[in-house]
Design a protein around this ligand. Structure first.
Ligand SMILES: [Fe+2]
Length: 408
């Protein structure tokens, strides 16, 4: 049986079936393993893991009173459900339609990916770097998000596997700008923190490539080296002229955690600035929803449930709620399955309810063929057949569906 336990109950002989921490946060290349020794335990604790799942069929059990994984997951799903049904989504106001913004967002996303790739290549090769040259591309991302943030959010889905570090940089930038718009930060601040978000992982170019791209378990030494990307990045960026103080925050604080379990400084609560706390949430959300060479990304709905769980310890709970309410449980561009057996692409968040976006229905999953596209507003009753509702998430690639064809 799978049980969810707090880390202080973990003992040698227990079999961890899921570290419940995302790949970024633990030094184990496999997400399941037998805990053999005190050293393994120490490593789990040092990684800031507070709760994890054990399989009592494959290792020692815990005492009574610990919920099973199914119970724990039901509890966090219920918590999310409560939030989704009782509070309104935070919809970033759009000045232009998604259709109008898509092309510009596409160009800006592609350009930003090239710019950050060049910048990071230069850093890796020890060339002179001009941070000012990234300004125009940062401005274009900010401008696009201000016009209609959904367009940039949709671009995240175009990611390919091999360019992860660059695409992640651009996505974190676009999402942090969206988040900042929602919490109403000033425009000047948004421009500075957007620059910082774009370069938040440049320190990775000073991490040995063999460690950075290693698809197998990192040794303790390698994990320490990997974590040094924050300090390496900050040392590098700080010596460049004209870097605004706020731009340093996403870079220096994105791995700090609310409960003090993060790195490099182990800051706690409000010791981490608001922008720093926001950066951590965005960084993890993008990482766990992204496809990597060695694993598939989580669905957005599963990812927000995880964020919720982790926000008990790792993230500012209030900011996590705002973030989830703004990206939605089914973000624009998500392929969803409806109770009627039809599939549709989310095209707009409703401002009534997180679980009832507007969807362009276009596929009959029972008969497995396309149907005439039709926009359904799930927040409204649907005529004779009654209201339809979302029952799940579908992976477009599996069905050979090109979501972008149905967005507009
Ligand atoms: Fe990082």
């Amino acid at each position: 049986m799978i049980k969810k336990i707090p880390v202080h109950l973990l003992e040698p002989g227990m079999y961890v079936s899921d570290f419940n921490a995302g790949w970024l946060n633990h030094p184990f290349a496999f997400n399941s393993m037998l805990i053999n020794s005190e050293a393994d335990l120490a490593k789990v604790r040092a990684a800031g893991i507070r709760e994890l799942f054990i399989d009592t069929d494959r290792g020692r059990d815990v005492g009574d009173g610990v919920p099973t994984a199914a119970e724990a997951s039901r509890e966090s799903a219920e918590q999310l459900d409560r939030m989704a049904t009782t509070s309104r989504p935070v919809v970033a106001e759009a000045r232009v339609s998604l259709a109008e913004e898509m092309n510009r967002a596409h160009v800006a996303y592609g350009e930003a990916t090239r710019v950050i790739r060049n910048l990071m290549d230069d850093i890796r090769l020890g060339h002179q770097v001009e941070l000012a040259s990234t300004r125009p591309t940062v401005e274009r991302i900010v401008a696009s998000v201000m016009r209609n943030s959904n367009a940039m959010m949709t671009m995240r889905r175009l990611k390919s596997l091999d360019d992860y570090t660059f695409l992640h940089s651009v996505s974190v930038c676009a999402m942090l700008v969206t988040f900042s718009k929602v919490v109403d930060l000033e425009m000047n601040a948004i421009h500075d923190l957007a620059l910082g978000a774009l370069v938040h992982d440049v320190g990775k170019m000073r991490v040995a490539q063999a460690v950075l791209n290693k698809p197998a378990r990192l040794s303790e030494e390698e994990y320490r080296h990997m974590k040094s990307h924050v300090v390496l990045g900050s040392d590098y960026i700080r010596q460049l002229p004209g870097i605004p103080a706020l731009a340093l925050e996403p870079l220096e604080l994105h791995h700090e955690r609310y409960d003090g379990s993060g790195y490099p400084r182990g800051l706690k609560g409000d010791e981490i600035s608001q922008v720093g706390r926001m950066s951590g949430i965005v960084d993890v959300y993008d990482a766990i929803t992204s496809d990597r060479v060695y694993r598939k990304g989580m669905s957005p709905a599963a990812a927000v449930q995880k964020l919720f769980e982790w926000s008990k310890f790792h993230f500012d709970p209030a900011l996590t709620q705002v973030f989830v309410k703004s990206v939605g449980i089914y973000p624009v561009g998500t392929l969803v399955r409806l109770e009627s057996g039809r599939l549709g692409v989310v095209i707009e968040q409703s401002d009534a309810h997180l679980l009832t976006p507007r969807v362009r229905v276009m596929y009959d999953a029972k008969r497995m063929h396309y149907i005439a596209p039709e926009v359904v507003d799930l927040s409204r009753p649907m005529g004779a057949g009654g209201a339809d509702r979302i029952v799940g998430y579908e992976i477009p690639d599996k069905l050979g569906i090109d979501v972008s064809r149905f967005l507009l």
